[in-house]
Write a protein that binds this ligand. Structure first.
Ligand code: MSP
Length: 477
């Protein structure tokens, strides 16, 4: 039986259109999914949209749209952006799907039967942008620590989840490594949350209109985070298709940025344990990035639309440019002005030239055929390992170094001189065969990152009579 790999991205809020932050996580997940598919794993790659809650409803109102039409439109915008980026997801989940609601009802009932829910009054603060509850001590200058906005004072009768009961078990999952949290610094941060004290949280909201009704008490709606997390199991048939659920759960990795790690690393496993299910195997939080030194926001006007990037650079290059900004697990800054420079240097020049030069020389000097079968002088064996440990920067550095090496190998051996001297025929054939072998290694290594270019390199090498063809990446001014 084929090995399996289940990977998820967060499902994104549809209060707005997609930006490069959403694209970043989804591209990374796509790289992993493509890598494992190439390794012949059976892969299930989930992405999608989170459509309920006040934040979304309020945004619909501000746009003067009916909430249903609004979420349809924005969810579609995410799907289209991901399609343009060549993201090959297996399911695009929407929390407004009836299947999701069906699974959520079954899961909540499980929690209730397990005695994990109780009714109480919530008095406290709420940030609509985070869709999260806060206490006075969390605030910075009296404002939401993340959005720097004033919070709503809430006093509601809610249903609560007994988080505190499950905290010791969740902590043990983390310390024992049964549920991995990576990189290590994020694991340390999450364990720090336990020390600061975590409290039972509301699983329902009284005043929210736009949400899934809580079956036991339909005047209440299920708290958006509680049902949104369940998309990871509703997507694989939780409570509706036990075979399918058993096949895929637990997920191999939940991917996200650090902004939402508490929900994934504490609340989610606690709810799963309460419902008698296994926790995910791994939670990986990549860095959070700013744009040109500032937090990406509409007010600053520095939001980068992934569609615009695809229009300018194409899907492959957009994927490459976003993933090569800084190490995947670290925070960093994206400098938009450097995109063109990097595109020209790494893709149009280094990679594009290598492919053109090698194919051109095979066309000209050896009649369009790769002269002999030789082993590649460079191995890219560790690229796969770097991908599996989510060190995409290392994988791409190794690929880049091989491309640079191969261009240097051409210069040192000067096949154009060898071609002039009949006594050098065998040397010429060896050099060109070696270069073709390097390209053959490069294509699959590039595949998860730049699927179109990789397929093109592969196709060109397979031609009965090799020709140089069009440049893979046109230089940009
Ligand atoms: N709807 C929730 C997630 C529910 S999952 C059960 C949500 N949505 S979101 O639209 O705000 O997406 C947050 C995620 O988008 C981050 O965790 C990250 O994956 C991605 N990013 C958004 N902005 C980003 C950056 N500036 N930098 C890196 N990742 C970014 O939270």
């Amino acid at each position: 039986m084929a090995k399996k790999f289940y990977i998820t991205t967060p499902i994104y809020y549809v209060n707005d259109r997609p930006h490069v932050g959403h694209a970043y996580t989804t591209i990374a997940a796509d790289v992993l999914a493509r890598h494992y598919r190439a390794k012949k794993y059976e892969v299930f790659f989930l992405t999608g949209t989170d459509e309920y809650g006040d934040k979304v409803a309020e945004s619909a109102e501000q746009h003067g749209m009916h909430v249903h039409a609004f979420v349809d439109q924005n969810s579609q915008a995410f799907r289209e952006a991901f399609d343009r980026l060549n993201i090959k997801y297996d399911i695009f989940m929407r929390t407004t799907m009836p299947e999701h609601e069906a699974s959520v009802n079954i899961f909540i009932e499980k929690l209730s039967k397990a005695g994990a829910l109780y009714q109480d009054e919530y008095v406290g603060l709420y940030c609509r942008s985070c869709e999260d509850f806060y206490t006075e001590k969390d605030l910075i200058d009296g404002l939401c620590p993340i959005h720097k906005k004033p919070l709503e004072q809430l006093k509601e009768k809610n249903w609560f989840f007994r988080l505190e009961t499950y905290l010791p078990a969740v902590q043990k999952l983390i310390t024992s490594g049964k549920m991995k949290i990576e990189p290590t610094k994020r694991k340390t941060e999450v364990l720090g949350l336990f020390k600061q004290g975590l409290k039972d949280f509301s699983v329902t909201r009284e005043r929210v209109q736009w949400g899934i009704p809580f079956a036991q008490d339909p005047r209440q709606k299920i708290y958006v985070w509680v049902e949104a997390l369940q998309n990871y199991i509703s997507a694989i048939g939780y409570g509706r298709d036990s075979e399918r659920f058993k096949k895929w759960w637990p997920a191999d990795v939940h991917l996200m940025a650090k902004d939402i790690i508490k929900f994934h690393a504490v609340y989610w496993p606690a709810m799963l344990l309460a419902a008698g299910e296994k926790p995910p195997k791994k939670i990986f939080s990549h860095g959070f990035f700013s744009i040109n030194g500032q937090k990406m926001s509409k007010t600053t006007g520095n939001v980068i639309d992934p569609n615009t990037m695809v229009q300018k650079f194409g899907a492959d290059a957009t994927r490459y440019l976003l993933l090569t900004q800084f190490p995947f697990g670290s925070d960093g800054d994206i400098k938009e002005s450097l995109f063109v420079e990097k595109y020209n240097a790494d893709l149009a020049n280094n990679l594009g030239n290598l492919v053109s030069r090698v194919l051109n020389m095979i066309e000209k000097y050896t009649g369009g055929a790769i002269p002999k079968i030789v082993a590649s002088p460079k191995s890219l064996a560790s690229v796969g390992k770097h991908i599996e440990s989510l060190e995409f920067d290392k994988a791409l550095k190794e690929i880049g170094a091989t491309i640079t090496w191969a261009n240097g190998y051409i210069d040192t051996n000067a096949p154009w001189d060898l071609a002039k001297d009949p006594s050098q025929k065998s040397k010429l054939e060896t050099v060109l065969s070696e270069l073709a072998a390097v390209l053959k290694e490069l294509a699959p290594a590039l595949g998860p990152f730049m699927p179109v270019a990789a397929a093109e390199i592969h196709k060109r090498l397979e031609q009965p009579s090799i020709t140089k063809g069009q440049p893979l990446f046109q230089r940009l001014a």
